[in-house]
Design a protein around this ligand. Structure first.
Ligand SMILES: [Zn+2]
Length: 243
């Protein structure tokens, strides 16, 4: 897989325009791409406004047909315009825009190619990142873990942007729509950008609750059992709205 990704990047650098990339462009209607880009930029700005990200340290992607729109690397989100739309095909070859896609592209593509995700949100949210340095799994402090598929795992550390990190992340995401990345941050996915965003916000909130409850001297928080959380997962699938 690592080799494949390197090749994809090399070809992109030479500006080759293969049949594959033309096909990807055809599958994404310009209006859909423009709308999705606007939504992606709004979501990226929201991660900064809500304090989940400082500067340009997070990234967001959304899939339109076989094109994955992604935040470009190193450009503050408030400076992104409709003309900056940046997209790759499912192999990582750039098919849209001139700005360089996020360095975390391997994580985004790993999710888009192995799950039914339409949108991915990655942040360095403070409380979630703190939790990622303390445990291998977010303790079951709240039943909303059930909305993320169960106990949220921590993917073992690997350097950002590497295929190794993407592989560790995919393992941690098995049966889940969210995971923590050790000493790094959060990643979540969903059917829409707002669903992926909400999952990130829930994960950050639960991390904060656990840290808050755990820091009371002499007391330790009551935790739920995996069965209690699984029951909530079932309920949410059946009824749609959390109580
Ligand atoms: Zn990151």
């Amino acid at each position: 897989m690592a080799e494949e990704r390197r090749n994809a990047r090399d070809e992109r650098d030479t500006g080759e325009d293969s049949q594959d990339s033309r096909t990807a462009r055809q599958q994404a209607a310009p209006d859909d791409v423009a709308r999705a880009w606007d939504e992606l930029v709004a979501t990226a700005r929201r991660t900064v406004a809500d304090g989940l990200v400082v500067g340009t340290s997070g990234n967001v992607s959304v899939r339109v047909g076989d094109t994955v729109l992604v935040t470009p690397t190193g450009v503050p989100y408030d400076r992104l315009t409709p003309d900056d739309a940046t997209g790759v095909d499912l192999t990582g070859r750039q098919v849209l825009g001139r700005l360089r896609p996020t360095s975390e592209l391997p994580m985004h593509l790993a999710i888009h190619t192995t799950t039914d995700a339409r949108a991915v949100v990655h942040t360095h949210a403070v409380h979630a990142t703190a939790v990622s340095t303390l445990v291998r799994e977010l303790p079951l402090i709240h039943y909303m873990s059930g909305a993320l598929g169960g106990p949220v795992r921590v993917a073992p550390y690997a350097t950002y942007g590497t295929p190794e990190l993407a592989e560790n992340m995919l393992r941690a995401l098995t049966g889940r729509t969210a995971c923590l990345l050790q000493n790094h941050g959060t990643i979540t996915y969903g059917n829409t950008l707002s669903e992926a965003y909400d999952r990130t916000a829930q994960l950050e909130w639960m991390s904060r609750v656990w840290l808050t409850a755990s820091s009371v001297p002499g007391l330790s928080p009551t935790l739920l059992t995996p069965d209690q959380v699984a029951e909530v997962g079932e309920r949410l699938r059946g009824y749609g709205q959390p109580g």
